[in-house]
Design a protein around this ligand. Structure first.
Ligand code: ACO
Length: 374
């Protein structure tokens, strides 16, 4: 026999629960908008770069020219990783997911960094991770292709350098810009699952690296960041735009989740999608991948007709990263490279006004009973 405690009401998945306040971003499902520290994210994409946005998320303000120059210089200086981490990366099995490599690398960086977790040290750690994670991701992508690492180039900007380290060349400026836009759009999204995970870990007064490792673990799942990979696998299954409707009917009949659709907060469409969709269309023009775009559009149309669900940010991100040349398992690590800014901003905010995060559960197990004597 089981007993159920008298309610309080259960909020499964914490849906609709307001757990704290934040000054970092505002997700407004009513107006379908996303503000970073008050600035509309699409305007940041139009006028600023990823490092400006990192500065904004971390400090609350956009940098002036002097502050941006200082941040740029420090980011470029912090890109290289030492031999011990390179050796660790090379020793990690290629059978593991790149998110596992990345999680291991962050754990290693934490073991090397014994600074206290005060706000000043955390600011340095945050920048170190922002600068070093692309180096780790690029080395991992290359070793999985049997290629040697390429050292960071301090003469190149953040995104250009990442392409250089991954592919040995920098693509057309439109492609670099599309990547930078994706980094800005992925950077921050209030109390999403991985950010909340990082805040939970921080609330115990654990360290920044532990919180980031936990965030990576949460982001990996296909209901969260892992969806950008799942979108591309799914598109690869569909045999052209004419096949999209039939493919969807079969998938829904089989109770499959259609990756890249739906959102816990946005019910009328994800505010970030139009901006990244435009970037995807620009890259399609350059690469000539019109069939892929047609299939992508046909599936979105069919999904809206069948389920009334809109695409989320992962839906344009998957094919965009594919057309840029990244292997599918690297897509979620690209999300980490961006979200490290939001996570670390939230870690700092949590620490500044900390309260242990510890919800309750309604017990539904067996009633009290005696332990039988042996
Ligand atoms: N495909 C098919 N059905 C869906 C989908 C989907 N992608 N999303 C929601 N639904 C259906 C559910 O089956 C459910 O139907 P039911 O009431 O008949 O059972 C209903 O819509 C409500 O769905 P929930 O999963 O309860 O909604 P929730 O708000 O909890 O989920 C989530 C949001 C997890 C994102 C969900 O939409 C989903 O699984 N999407 C696919 C994964 C994905 O794209 N994740 C990326 C999120 S955005 C990001 O991380 C950048």
């Amino acid at each position: 026999m089981t007993v159920t405690d008298a309610p309080p009401e259960v909020h499964k998945g914490l849906a609709g629960v307001v757990a704290d306040t934040t000054a970092i971003s505002k997700v407004d499902s009513e107006t379908n908008s996303l503000l970073y520290r008050g600035y509309p994210v699409q305007d940041l994409c139009a006028h600023r770069g990823f490092l400006d946005v990192a500065h904004l998320l971390w400090t609350g303000e956009l940098p002036d020219a002097t502050a941006l120059a200082a941040l740029t210089e420090r980011e470029r200086a912090l890109r290289p990783i030492d031999r011990s981490l390179q050796a660790l990366l090379m020793a990690t099995p290629t059978t593991c997911h790149p998110m596992d490599t990345l999680r291991t690398a962050v754990s290693w960086l934490g073991s090397e960094d014994v600074r206290e977790d005060d706000a000043g040290a955390n600011a340095t750690k945050s920048l170190r991770l922002l600068a070093a994670l692309p180096t780790v991701v690029a080395i991992d992508q290359r070793r999985r292709r049997g290629q040697d690492p390429i050292a960071p180039d301090p003469s190149l900007g953040y995104s250009e350098n990442f392409f250089h380290m991954t592919f040995g060349e920098v693509p057309a400026p439109e492609v670099v810009r599309a990547f930078e836009v994706s980094m800005i759009l992925y950077a921050e999204h209030s109390f999403n699952a991985s950010t909340f995970t990082a805040r939970v870990v921080t609330s115990t007064l654990s360290d920044l690296y532990s919180a980031v490792v936990a965030g990576i673990g949460a982001l990996k799942g296909p209901l969260h960041g892992g969806a950008n990979e799942a979108v591309m696998h799914m598109l690869a299954e569909i045999d052209g735009p004419e096949a999209a409707q039939a493919w969807l009917a079969e998938a829904l009949a089989g109770k499959r989740k259609i990756m890249g659709f739906g959102h816990r907060v946005y019910k009328r469409g994800d505010s970030r999608v139009p901006t990244l969709q435009r970037s995807l269309e620009e890259v399609v023009e350059l690469t000539g991948a019109h069939d892929l775009l047609a299939t992508h559009t046909a599936l979105a149309t069919a999904m809206h007709r069948e389920k009334g669900l809109h695409p989320n940010l992962d839906y344009p991100a998957g094919p965009l990263y594919h057309l840029m040349g990244f292997d599918i398992p690297m897509f979620t690590p690209l999300f980490v490279m961006s979200r490290i800014t939001g996570w670390t901003a939230h870690i700092t905010e949590q620490l500044a006004a900390n309260s242990l995060i510890r919800p309750l559960a309604t017990y539904q197990g067996p009633a009290r009973r005696e332990v039988p004597a042996r």
